[in-house]
Design a protein. Structure first.
Length: 451
């Protein structure tokens, strides 16, 4: 005998009714009706109450999922988030804590949750997972990428309240915000959205596609407000093998054993260059062989050989079994920017720079300075000076300018209070020895004979 489901499916083929098991909103087995959705009671065919209730519940859930905007993201359920680092680029160290924070937040969304981290570390998974968990808990939520929000802005008619409804929605999840550039009008609308939700403390999750420090001051203030914001800072997996940082171009740099003396009819500038290089080599070898080396500041114009000489000193120290780390100031600042967040630490590069036996900072003030970057460098130098850690710096800023530095009268770079403090530290003759390279471009003059 055919089941009622088979009879109804046969009728479907005749155009009477549609019961497609593949599209059934609740397609699990039922022990009461054997998935027929109907039962016979007192010789009458009636709907199965269990299936009807379950089907309605499931249909309601699917409607809420679609309305929330996560119907295409169900694989990002928080239950699927891997905390062992086996999926994606995330450093697994703090993933369990971050997942627990996301789960707790989804139970009772209050305030803002800002999720930050490099591409591939799981920002979207956590953001969408929170939205999905809220849908399951019957908590009103809307999930949208920033581009979808822009589409709402641009497609809204004057009489349409879609955008106003969105910015005032009880709980909003915004994904992929930060790297985009829009017209002034759209930027004003986006700013209005954040201002509205910020002043009213409406629950909001924001997954950033850029570093917080790359945003404007207004956004930085909002996204780091300790009274409103919780943060998840996802980090990329750390490199376990630390390089000494010496650029490949300088891996074979050496302190020369002899110089090519200028001929009798050489220009005065060539003779001065020769004398400065001879003195630089003498001081460099003295530094390498010192039992208690302090600090060395190498200065000269572009092309004078500052980086080469620094790397040559570093290579000599490595050959003696010392632990060194060579990094430019601009690269160090950029690495710390990438690690920025409310979590402790500034990344392994900064920690290495703090504690290594010999630190080499290449091209000090060769980057685009800000008060933040000057403060970062200043704190690093203070730590190393106070802990008597040997440090070699090179820069195009001559030493006399550092000694004579006065705020707003003898500007070096960003002209902040930290610039002045750095100069004060470097001016301490009891700790810092200086080497002056006079040549305007030693690469062209080629006066050093490489042995």
């Amino acid at each position: 005998m055919e089941s009622l489901k088979e009879i109804l499916n046969n009728r479907k083929q005749q155009g009477v009714v549609s019961v497609d098991s593949n599209k059934d909103p609740y397609n699990e087995d039922c022990n009461i009706c054997n998935s027929a959705r109907w039962v016979i009671v007192n010789n009458e065919t009636v709907p199965c109450n269990v299936c009807q209730n379950n089907s309605q519940d499931d249909l309601d859930l699917k409607i809420r999922i679609k309305y929330a905007g996560v119907n295409q993201l169900l694989e990002y359920n928080l239950n699927n988030f891997k905390i062992d680092g086996s999926v994606g680029k995330s450093e697994p160290k703090n993933l369990r804590n971050f997942l627990n924070l996301a789960k707790d937040y989804s139970k009772n969304p209050m305030g803002w949750l800002v999720i930050n981290g490099p591409t591939g570390t799981g920002k979207t998974h956590l953001a969408a997972g929170i939205a999905i968990r809220c849908v399951e808990n019957s908590t009103p939520v809307i999930y949208k990428s920033i581009q979808e929000i822009v589409d709402v802005i641009t497609n809204t008619n004057p009489e349409d309240e879609s955008f106003n409804d969105l910015i005032d929605f009880p709980f909003l999840v915004i994904d992929d915000y930060g790297n985009q550039t829009y017209s002034d009008w759209i930027e004003e609308k986006i700013d209005h959205l954040f201002t509205h939700r910020y002043t009213r403390k409406l629950p909001t999750v924001i997954a950033l596609s850029s570093n917080i420090l790359d945003l404007d001051d207004r956004s930085q203030m909002r996204f780091t407000d300790p009274k409103l914001v919780q943060s998840i800072n996802l980090e990329s997996k750390q490199i376990t093998i630390f390089s000494n940082g010496i650029p490949k171009a300088f891996e074979k740099a050496k302190l020369t054993k002899e110089l090519k003396k200028p001929i009798k009819n050489s220009s005065q500038s060539d003779k001065v260059t020769y004398d400065s290089i001879e003195m630089a080599l003498f001081k460099s070898k003295e530094y390498v062989n010192s039992k208690n080396p302090n600090w060395l500041y190498i200065h000269g114009e572009t092309g004078s050989g500052k980086s080469y000489l620094s790397a040559a000193i570093a290579n000599e120290l490595i050959n003696k079994g010392n632990d060194i780390y060579f990094i430019s100031s601009s690269e160090l600042i950029e690495k710390v920017r990438e690690q920025f967040g409310n979590n402790p630490g500034k990344g392994w590069e900064y920690e290495k720079a703090k504690d290594v036996d010999f630190l080499f900072i290449d091209d000090l003030w060769g980057h685009n300075n800000t008060k933040w970057s000057d403060e970062l460098i200043y704190n690093l130098l203070v730590y190393r000076q106070d802990n008597l850690k040997a440090t070699v710096l090179n820069s195009s800023i001559i030493y006399d300018k550092i000694k004579a530095y006065k705020t707003k009268k003898n500007q070096i770079s960003s002209d902040t209070i930290f610039t002045e403090k750095i100069c004060s530290r470097l001016s301490n003759k009891n700790i810092v020895e200086q080497i002056s390279l006079v040549s305007s471009d030693i690469r062209k003059k080629n006066l050093i004979k490489k042995v």
